[in-house]
Design a binder for this molecule. Sequence first.
Ligand code: TYC
Length: 114
Amino acid sequence: MAQRPSIMSDKNTPRRDGETGVLTKPKAKTQRPPLYKVLLLNDDYTPMEFVVHVLERFFGMTHAQAFDLMLTVHKKGVAVVGVFSFEVAETKVAQVMDFARRHQHPLQCTMEKE
Ligand code: TYC
């Protein structure tokens, strides 16, 4: 099979330093996965207690943390409720949207790349 160029190919290749002639082995940097912010949006109809419950249930917040963050969303219109890998963020958004829909509340939850 034909060789294709790899973006990883030169990372571990020892290089001779131009000035000193010392062989340097570049560190193989671990690539961190991108992170995604999960955002909760305000609306005029979802009860405050429901939002507090959502934050406790799906984001592991204490009642006080959940209440404070709910108030932030209520006042500012939107807030980050957590930062996760793509798969976890996607799952949280789906859980919140499904739970809100089942309770017939218009609560909106979205994600965006950090
Ligand atoms: N604004 C809503 C109310 O007054 C409460 C609310 C807070 C709704 C946060 C959504 O993400 C939200 N009942």
